[in-house]
Design a protein around this ligand. Sequence first.
Ligand code: HEC
Length: 122
Amino acid sequence: MYGTPRPRMSLAGVVAVAAIAVAMLALARLPANSAEALSPAEQRGLVLLRTHCASCHAIDKVSESPLKIAPAFRMLHLRYPVEDLQEPLAEGIITGHPTMPEFRFDPGQVSDVIAYLKSLER
Ligand code: HEC
């Protein structure tokens, strides 16, 4: 005796299910907030800025700077291209703000910091 043949999914059905699965995966990958969308370099830059700068500067897209006269980093690009900070970051930012301690970053850190600052422009 043969059992009742199992219903088998048509190729079209398989393709449709696969397409839906891919679409759901794509949706799941959409960042819930911008922090998840950061590249590794941007994340390293964020960590550096959080460690060294966040006590005075706002380093994200929404908060106010803890120290009022310190510009929020997301505003910097309105004044100049953030790439302009490459040199001061490597040689020590000492310009114009005596209350700010001098920092020097190595070249890798500089490019990470610039990468993160650029992510604030997205
Ligand atoms: C102790 C507080 C403090 C810390 C920590 C600090 N800053 Fe500042 N920063 C300031 C203040 C205050 C100003 C604004 C001074 C001014 O307008 O002259 C400023 C201004 C700046 C500016 C704008 C300079 C300009 O002329 O446009 C940049 C860029 C900057 N800071 C980068 C950094 C970076 C990068 C770090 C971390 C590595 C950092 N700051 C850490 C206090 C701080």
